[in-house]
Design a protein around this ligand. Structure first.
Ligand SMILES: [Zn+2]
Length: 406
């Protein structure tokens, strides 16, 4: 038993409870008993109230928990035990996928806000695919695995526990002992498996669409493809060490062919226009390496589709740099860079951008939904299958106080 201070005026306790479960095997009608120990939390305004609350919670939770002991006559795991374990597994997979999806969405937003330039959208997409593959495979495994397909191993395990006194046989089998018990996979888990596979295929939609269209990806551009009429962000290879990541620039971009034969054409471009006063302070008041970015609007000329272009960019960056506590000075830096690009179809960046978000949110969401549906299905199986009886419960905190629940 341990006590923890949850809030200033409330306490929470975690106490160990012990109960005895009595199972009548669904398949051979053997009656057996085993002890089940659970740690249950309780909270309240003081220690006594918290412990009373834990006892109340135990009265609800102990009968709900079926345990995981196999029948010592046939070796089978009862339906509610199996479904309860599966429901827990599917719940973990749902949470895991939701976390992965949340990380991918956060990265996507940071890349689009120019706050993350070391990772590109395709890389974020492929990382999510790599994280989602084991989740989908485990989802399929959990939905398909039959713990009663081979009963011999389970029987050996249960017999050992009987010999050790961990399981007690109350009455011998009344029905024929089965050799194996088929597990029926309901329609919901099958639909869920389909959804998770579709979700997995959907995540890299933007990249598959790009490759199928023959569009060239540029790691420095967000989105990585650009066509005539598109607006894209270009991340410079340069960065400045500026106070709180603040900078502004004056940008000029001209476009020509890679060899530079064609005359330069001016391209609409913009960049950060941040302003800062004469005072600095507050949180994060330090210099940090900050990537320079430029937004360009490519000429809306369909004839440029599929052409190689060179974007000759020149930027004059002004940024504050800390020179001691609460002091900074404005500095300037000029950078010149040629961004080599192969333009794709008109509006390709808009299409890529939409496909990327649909793939990540839709695909990742489908996988999480699939695990969640399987969990709901298994919880329903638990609810509708016979449960072991809960005979006695004992609170470890009060060893002499044996409470009968029924
Ligand atoms: Zn049995």
């Amino acid at each position: 038993m341990k006590y923890t201070m949850a809030k200033k005026d409330s306490e929470s306790v975690s106490e160990d409870f012990l109960c005895v479960k009595e199972v009548t095997c669904e398949w051979c009608e053997t009656v057996f008993r085993f002890p089940l120990k659970l740690s249950i939390d309780g909270s309240g305004p003081n220690k006594l109230a918290a412990r009373k609350n834990a006892v109340e919670n135990a009265k609800i939770k102990l009968p709900e928990e079926p345990g995981t002991e196999r029948c010592p006559s046939c070796g089978a795991l009862q339906t509610c035990m199996e479904a309860s374990g599966s429901a827990l597994g599917f719940g973990c997979l749902t949470v895991l996928m939701a976390i992965c999806l949340g990380i991918a969405i956060t990265f996507g937003v940071l890349v689009n806000l120019h706050l993350l330039t070391s990772v590109s959208l395709p890389v974020v997409g492929w990382i999510l695919v790599a994280l989602a593959i084991p989740i989908v495979l485990f989802n399929i495994y959990l939905a398909r695995v039959n713990p009663n397909s081979e009963l011999n191993a389970g029987l050996e395990e249960a017999k050992t526990k009987v010999a050790e006194g961990k399981i007690t046989v109350v009455s011998q089998p009344k029905s024929v002992i089965p050799e194996s018990i088929p597990r029926s996979t309901g329609i919901v888990p099958l639909i869920a498996i389909g959804l998770s596979v579709i979700g997995l295929c959907l995540i890299p939609a933007a990249e598959v669409f790009r490759m199928a269209s023959g569009w060239t990806a540029h790691p420095f551009a967000v989105p990585p493809v650009a066509g005539p009429g598109d607006e894209v962000t270009l991340n410079w290879p340069n960065s400045v060490n500026c106070l709180k990541g603040k900078w502004r620039g004056i940008i000029e971009v001209e476009m020509t062919d890679p060899v530079g034969i064609h005359p330069m054409t001016k391209v609409d471009a913009s960049c950060s226009t941040e302003q800062w006063g004469n005072w600095s302070g507050g949180r994060g008041n330090r210099n940090r390496d900050t990537a320079i970015w430029t937004k360009v609007k490519l000429p809306d000329d369909a004839a440029l589709a599929g052409k190689d272009v060179s974007l000759h960019a020149k930027i004059l960056v002004t940024y504050p740099q800390s020179s001691g506590l609460l002091r900074f000075e404005n500095k300037e830096a000029e950078f010149v860079h040629d961004f080599q690009m192969k333009l794709s179809s008109p509006k390709s960046s808009t299409m890529y951008f939409a496909a990327w978000w649909i793939g990540i949110v839709g695909g990742g969401g489908l996988i999480a939904l699939a695990s969640w549906l399987c969990r709901l299905y298994q919880l329903n199986v638990v609810k509708n299958s016979p449960h072991p009886k809960t005979l006695y419960t004992k609170n470890f905190a009060e060893p002499d106080d044996l409470v009968e629940l029924q």
